[in-house]
Design a protein. Structure first.
Ligand SMILES: [Zn+2]
Length: 200
């Protein structure tokens, strides 16, 4: 974090400059944090130009461009471009379905297994003190992309609420995301090289 700090900017760990936000648990699951998928090129929130679902589009790109950390047989792990916290991953089925009840048994198994694998990867890469894991299913429940199921895997560290909103706004986030993806991808492959289910 220090390297991306311009002269005169306060330190991100300075509690005087950045008082902790209120109700951080509320903040963690507010759906407006997912609006990045609806931003246009100027950064304004709008309807997507392309009708293509971002979780269908992501796996069609390279791992680097799509921020893909791991590709399974039925599901994949993708970095959240606007994370709730540093290292926020999402587990998605390749198939465009909205609810966990839409998954078949193989998809469901790999979906949940990949979630535990993501935790193991995070333990190795960044040693979190805890996690928030969950799915917002349906727009009414706060899903930003309700049509395509995604499970959030958010690492937490003691005291992270003090810097979380700052990190989310820093200009160096794209670099952090790229580095984080690479670290995760290396750990996914090393820790579970034969994890993928055989294709049906
Ligand atoms: Zn989709």
């Amino acid at each position: 974090m220090e390297s991306g700090r311009a002269a005169g900017e306060p330190r991100v760990d300075d509690p005087e400059a950045f008082p902790p936000p209120e109700d951080t648990v509320e903040r963690l699951w507010t759906p407006q944090r997912m609006t990045y998928v609806l931003r246009n090129d100027e950064g304004r929130v709008t309807k997507p130009k392309s009708k293509e679902c971002p979780f269908c589009a992501g796996p069609k790109k390279s791992d680097e461009d799509g921020l893909i950390a791991w590709r399974g047989t039925h599901v994949f792990a993708i970095m959240n471009l606007y994370p709730y916290n540093v290292g926020h991953l999402m587990i998605c089925p390749y198939r465009h379905v909205g609810l966990i009840t839409d998954l078949d048994d193989d998809e469901l198994f790999e979906f949940e297994k990949a979630t535990t694998l993501a935790m193991t990867v995070m333990k190795e890469v960044s040693r979190p003190d805890g996690w928030n894991i969950g799915i917002n299913q349906g727009e009414v429940a706060g899903a930003g992309v309700a049509a395509h199921l995604h499970q959030h895997v958010v690492p937490r560290w003691n005291g992270d609420a003090n810097f979380m909103p700052i990190v989310a706004q820093t200009r160096t986030m794209p670099i952090l995301l790229s580095d984080q993806r690479a670290a995760y991808a290396e750990a996914f492959e090393r820790l579970a090289p034969d994890f993928r289910l055989p294709a049906a």
